[in-house]
Design a protein around this ligand. Structure first.
Ligand code: SF4
Ligand code: FES
Length: 251
């Protein structure tokens, strides 16, 4: 008995190579089953239709943060987004607010450059005493939970119009640093208090919505702002007016 033909889905991929006058969108019919992810659909296209389609990934299980894209306009990790959860044509675009390199691949350097230094941090406070002083290579751990995917920055309405804004991930990281017992609290708060820092957030909470790792950057920025407000009052300084929220959300 002949088997039924595999189901296919139409996938529209943002295409751009350095030197192109403008981006375009190419469409492909991709065979899928109930477990096919957006990343697997891109890989199928690359293997079977066009080897020049650019994509980035590493872990395939939501821990490296390299496969971030926008799927039908929403920030997603392609490796854990089943196509069955996406309705209609599956449109894959690069994340926003970072320079485009190739097709759906962006340059993450300006994202990483936003973080306070040192970054990553040395989490000596969590090392058991018998572990001794870590060596150079294993001394660093990433800010836990954050996989540095950049989805929060892509979803942020402030970053969309202001590329100097430090952005949700970097500010959330700073707030997390404050929990370290040996943190240089004043240095961190000075950093977050700069013009492009915590006060610039419009409390849209789009970053928290987009975050695949439950970092809740918006809530962390609100907490940071509370600390900044308290410190400014203690110092007899003005507390900046918070910019109006584009969504009416309040901190
Ligand atoms: S805070 Fe969340 S969305 Fe932002 S980079 Fe980290 S994991 Fe990604
Ligand atoms: S491939 Fe690592 S998070 Fe998706």
């Amino acid at each position: 008995m002949a088997g039924s033909a595999p189901a296919t889905r139409r996938v529209r991929v943002h295409r751009f190579k350095r030197g192109d006058a403008a981006p375009r969108a190419d469409e492909y019919d991709v065979p899928i089953d109930e477990r096919t992810t957006v990343l697997e659909a891109l890989r199928w296209i690359q293997l079977h239709e066009d080897p020049t389609v650019g994509r980035r990934h590493s872990c395939f299980h939501a821990s490296c943060g390299t496969c971030g894209v926008r799927v039908n306009g929403r920030e997603r990790l392609a490796c854990v987004t089943p196509v069955s959860e996406v309705s209609g044509t599956i449109t894959v675009d690069p994340i926003a607010n970072l320079p485009l390199l190739h097709d759906v691949v962006v340059d993450m350097a300006p994202f990483v450059a936003r973080f306070p230094t040192p970054h990553p941090i040395v989490r000596e406070s969590e090392l058991p005493p018998e572990a001794g002083t870590p060596g150079v290579d294993d001394a660093f751990e990433r800010y836990e939970d954050c996989i540095e995917c950049g989805l929060c920055l892509s979803a942020c309405p402030v970053a969309a119009t202001d590329d100097t804004y430090l952005g949700p991930a970097a500010l959330a990281y700073a707030q997390r640093l404050l929990e370290e017992p040996r943190a240089d609290r004043d240095a961190i708060l000075d950093w977050a208090d700069q013009d492009a820092g915590a006060w610039r957030c419009h409390a849209a909470f789009e970053c928290t919505e987009a975050c695949p790792s439950d970092v809740r950057p918006a809530q962390r920025i609100m907490s940071l702002r509370k600390d900044l407000r308290r410190r400014r009052k203690d110092q007899g300084r003005d507390v900046p007016e918070r910019p109006p929220s584009p969504t009416g959300a309040s901190s």
